[in-house]
Design a protein around this ligand. Structure first.
Ligand code: BJW
Ligand code: ZN
Length: 241
């Protein structure tokens, strides 16, 4: 199928839909200048994930982990939402039943205006106390290393879901509901290798949704969706409207 024919088919499905769920990954923010996690220019390229994005790593060397997050905070603070983020905001306005599930921690979806969303892996602009559990917004760039809780003096950590950690139960339930109840699911800019997020598209498909993938490259999900469209998120997402 040509690109135009694929876009036409996706638009036709969207035109008749009442409930639409969108699942996004790092590829959506790549067009804002934020490196993705995997691939040639990926964030893990110079680091091993297990050195940075695990509870063990933080326990071993919180300073190293906070330095990495300061580098990322600085990078993300200089970016803005792109046309893909904006198009997803427009979808929220159009569909009565709409939910956005993002794996991105950069906060660009809420910055663009998305309100009906689950940030499944957390948010880089929030910190959580390792002692009392309190979550607060913190937009300091750089954040003081090591940051301490104002409430109890405990060590603060990024409010981000690291490998081996459980996702927020309510966010996950809401996301599963959205996957099971939508008529169309769009999966945009994710490699689809990280669970449980990767199980949401198969869940939507098994529940009868028409699943459309937008990605620069084929992914493990490409063979299992109804329509896989290759290209940039910031180019193709607005063309679905
Ligand atoms: C473009 C583009 C453009 C580029 N336009 N496209 C089997 C089943 C279940 C779980 C597991 C399992 N095997 C292993 C696990 C455990 C693990 C896991 O999934 N590991 C896999 C790697 C195998 N999962 C977990 O540990 C999760 N927790 C868990 O399972 O808990 C169980 C539990 C239960 C009860 C108690 C205790 C525990 C937690 C996962 C948390 C993931 N967190 C991270 C790191 C956060 C650190 C940080 O950001 O600071 O979140 S991992 C990292 O990957 C980040 C991302 O959100 C996530 C997804 O990545 P994403 O978004 O897909 O990015 P990329 O880079 O992979 O892909 C980008 C894509 O965009 C590419 O396809 C490009 O082609 C494309 N692209 N430019 C369009 N312009
Ligand atoms: Zn505290």
């Amino acid at each position: 199928m040509t690109l135009e024919a694929s876009l036409r088919e996706a638009r036709a499905r969207l035109t008749h839909a009442r409930a639409v769920t969108v699942l996004t990954g790092a590829g959506v923010s790549a067009d804002s200048g934020i490196p993705t996690f995997r691939g040639a220019d990926g964030l893990w390229r110079n680091y091993r994930a297990e050195d940075l994005a695990t509870p063990d790593a933080f326990q071993r060397d919180p300073t190293l982990v906070w330095r990495w997050y300061n580098w990322r905070r600085e990078l993300i603070a200089a970016t803005h939402p792109n046309k893909a983020h904006d198009a997803i905001v427009e979808m929220e306005r159009r569909y009565e039943g709409f939910w956005l599930i993002t794996q991105n921690v950069d906060g660009l979806h809420p910055a663009a205006g998305s309100r009906k969303l689950s940030e499944l892996h957390g948010n880089i602009w929030k910190v959580r106390c390792t002692a009392c559990g309190q979550v607060v917004e913190n937009r300091d760039v750089p954040i003081a290393i090591l940051p301490m809780c104002r409430h109890c003096g405990g060590l603060l950590r990024p409010h981000i879901v690291w490998f081996g950690e459980a996702l927020d139960e309510r966010d996950l339930d809401r996301s599963r509901d959205a996957a099971q109840s939508c008529e169309v699911m769009l999966i945009i800019g994710t490699s689809g290798v990280v669970y449980p997020a990767a199980s949401l598209a198969p869940l939507a498909r098994a529940s009868g949704a028409f699943v459309v993938e937008i990605n620069l490259d084929p992914t493990p999900a490409s063979g299992q969706v109804n329509l896989s469209i290759q290209g940039r998120a910031s180019d193709l997402t607005p063309r679905l409207l």
